[in-house]
Design a binder for this molecule. Structure first.
Ligand SMILES: NC(=O)c1ccc[n+]([C@@H]2O[C@H](COP(=O)([O-])OP(=O)(O)OC[C@H]3O[C@@H](n4cnc5c(N)ncnc54)[C@H](OP(=O)(O)O)[C@@H]3O)[C@@H](O)[C@H]2O)c1
Length: 357
């Protein structure tokens, strides 16, 4: 058996690469034709029903506006009901057909069951489920002084996608619907200060790749992987070294246009409506996958050189690790103690679906 595997180790990689080289032009041509066809016959979202979790800020919020432009019925889900109210107002102005806001915690299965049931009760169907709830973090694993927040991080970033999917899946089968997953390039590109986040995203991608086989063509799955989109997003919530400590800039302005989050949201929604399996932004990250498989050491050395600032940099430049802000919204200067952050005023609004418009 060992000899057999040794032979295959030598034969299979070069043989596969040669086959791929010959098949590549044909594959590109087929993909291009498929893309043109799907773009022409893209899913019309008018009057369709979309549930968006994590809709109270960042990419989730911008995705809501994209569906609003397509005149969909939108169910906005997050914990902060006040923010959802502002966003629903914006979405209504942009053109959403009908909007429902539901304050819920996606880590709790009963909350997920409740917002899906409310959606079915009111609209009778679910066509797209967009999972965008997340919690980023920005700490070196060894610097952690309190591990109590670990399950919370993994809960939001992993179970916070799995529970809504589990509950909505029967209805998505019924409507031949689609699940849109917000993963991250961190799921395969290792970057410092994001170990748990990256692990949760890797688990997420593997979960949905497996589910894709199980649901066959009945339910579409679009996995979106992106690098750092945060520069234009005005603040957010992060877990710091203290684990229980979070930074939160609640009173953010709601931006409706301009910036990378908007561009990315547009890409995600048009990709989902076209039936794309993947949306990548920026797509040049993909080239590093080759290094990851064939020359992992080169990738590791390069990343080490580029990111060798352990102990001096207090700002994560990738993933959801958007620049840390102080309580006035200014970027945190190097060396500033996390204790300067405002403690999280996280509030778990009562679960109360509200119809808007
Ligand atoms: N921004 C980036 O650079 C970037 C890069 C790669 C991947 N991503 C991914 O893109 C997605 C969106 O990221 P983002 O930057 O837009 O994040 P964000 O601005 O921090 O928004 C996170 C959203 O999740 C909600 N949320 C958090 N915990 C929740 C819970 N337990 N139950 C319900 N809702 C919860 C938050 O609202 P409440 O606190 O009100 O509940 C908020 O609406 C995430 O999946 C993220 O991992 C982002």
């Amino acid at each position: 058996m060992a000899i057999f595997n040794t032979i295959l180790n030598w034969v299979v990689p070069p043989a596969s690469l040669v086959m791929l080289a010959f098949a590549w032009p044909t594959l590109c041509f087929i993909n291009a034709c498929e893309w043109v066809y799907n773009s022409i016959y893209s899913e019309n979202m008018e009057d369709k029903v979309v549930i968006i979790t994590g809709a109270s800020s960042g990419i989730g919020e911008q995705i809501a506006y994209e569906y609003a432009k397509r005149r969909a019925n939108i169910v906005l889900v997050a914990r902060s009901e006040n923010r959802l109210r502002v966003i629903s107002e914006n979405a209504r102005r942009i053109g959403a057909n009908h909007i429902t806001i539901i304050a819920a915690d996606v880590v709790k299965e009963e909350d997920c069951r409740r917002f899906v049931n409310e959606t079915i009760k009111f609209y009778g169907r679910v066509d797209h489920l967009v999972n965008a709830a997340s919690l980023g973090h920005t700490f070196y694993f060894e610097e952690v002084t309190d591990t109590s927040g670990f399950p919370h991080l993994m809960g939001i970033n992993f179970w916070g996608n799995v529970y809504p999917t589990y509950v909505a899946l029967p209805y998505l089968h019924h409507s031949n619907g689609r699940i849109i997953v917000n993963a991250s390039v961190d799921n395969w590109l290792p970057l410092p200060r994001m170990s748990l986040y990256a692990a949760a995203k890797a688990a997420l991608v593997n979960f949905y790749e497996t589910l894709r086989f199980e649901v066959k063509d009945d339910v579409g799955i679009t996995i979106a992987t992106h690098g750092w989109i945060g520069s234009e997003i005005t603040g957010g919530k992060f877990m710091l070294e203290g684990a229980a400590e979070m930074q939160w800039k609640e009173e953010r302005e709601v931006h409706v246009t301009g910036g990378p989050a908007e561009d990315y949201a547009r890409l995600i929604v048009s990709g989902a409506c076209r039936g794309d399996s993947y949306v990548k932004f920026p797509s040049w990250y993909d080239i590093f996958l080759l290094y990851r498989v064939f020359a992992p050491n080169i990738l590791n050395w390069t990343l080490r050189i580029l990111l060798s600032t352990h102990g001096s940099r207090r700002t994560s430049l990738v993933g959801t690790g958007r620049p840390l802000l102080d309580y006035s919204g200014r970027p945190l200067l190097e060396g500033t103690s996390p204790s300067k952050f405002v403690a999280s005023p996280t509030h778990f609004a009562q679960f109360s679906p509200q119809q808007v418009k």
